[in-house]
Design a protein around this ligand. Structure first.
Ligand code: ZN
Length: 236
């Protein structure tokens, strides 16, 4: 039976901060843990979104590519979808998205995923070209990001919420990626306006945290020197 109560995470957001972008899990191993998710590729090679069991990359040029099993990731979240209907919304803006979800109560301190499907009046996403070694820091990559602006897009948002306590391991709060139904746009969401459609929610009991114990650079890195909180705030 599929475990729908567990959120799988490979790597931590904190390891991206100093630029530990080595791919430390192969897509076929990652995909054993779910059918729905988000992530990034080796070298921060685009923004990833997994929808209905298919992993997609939105690359630095904004193209949507289906990923094969040998693609590697430094960081990703994945779970087996078992979303429950939450709300039907009209004209929701990204700025109001967190409070709209959290107003249900009892969600602040748990891990959950939100799935939106419907239409968006505007959608602003970003992605990054693959970086090469020596890798820049996450903050340096943020200044190189490519921003894509869409209008009247129909599509899916996969978002994960992590309690503030876990900021660093994950993004404390919401971390949201988008894929247009016609694959004309996708990426890490910076903003959207005018969402009308269905909102579904899935709460997790467990976090399955996998660390890249085969990666010497990660194992020997001194994280005490990284200002993780500030870097996450700036780039996520
Ligand atoms: Zn992202």
């Amino acid at each position: 039976m599929k475990d729908t109560k567990t959120l799988f995470q490979h790597g931590t957001l904190a390891l991206l901060v100093p630029g530990l972008f080595d791919g430390t899990i192969k897509m076929d191993d990652f995909m054993k843990h779910g059918d729905t998710g988000i992530g990034t590729g080796e070298g921060l090679d685009g923004e990833l979104i997994v929808v209905d069991g298919t992993p997609y990359q939105i690359d630095g040029s904004g193209n949507v590519n289906e990923l094969d099993s040998s693609f590697t990731l430094p960081f990703g979240n994945l779970h087996f979808a078992d979303y429950k209907p939450f709300k039907q919304l009209s004209d929701l803006d990204f700025a109001k998205f967190p409070e709209t979800i959290l107003s249900a109560g009892g969600l602040e301190n748990v891990f959950f995923s939100v799935k939106l499907h419907g239409t968006f009046k505007t959608m602003k996403t970003r992605s990054v070209y693959k970086q090469s070694k020596p890798y820049p820091t996450l903050a340096q990559c943020a200044s190189k990001q490519h921003v894509f602006d869409g209008e009247d897009k129909s599509g899916t948002v996969i978002a994960y919420y992590a309690p503030q306590l876990f900021n660093g391991a994950a993004v404390g709060g919401f971390h949201s990626h988008f894929l247009a139904d016609d694959h004309s746009q996708g990426g890490h969401i910076l903003d959207f306006t005018g969402f009308t459609g269905d909102v579904e929610l899935q709460v997790f009991d467990n976090l399955d945290q996998s660390l890249p114990t085969n990666n010497a650079e990660f194992k020997n890195h001194d994280f005490s020197k990284d200002d993780i909180e500030a870097a996450i705030k700036e780039s996520e």
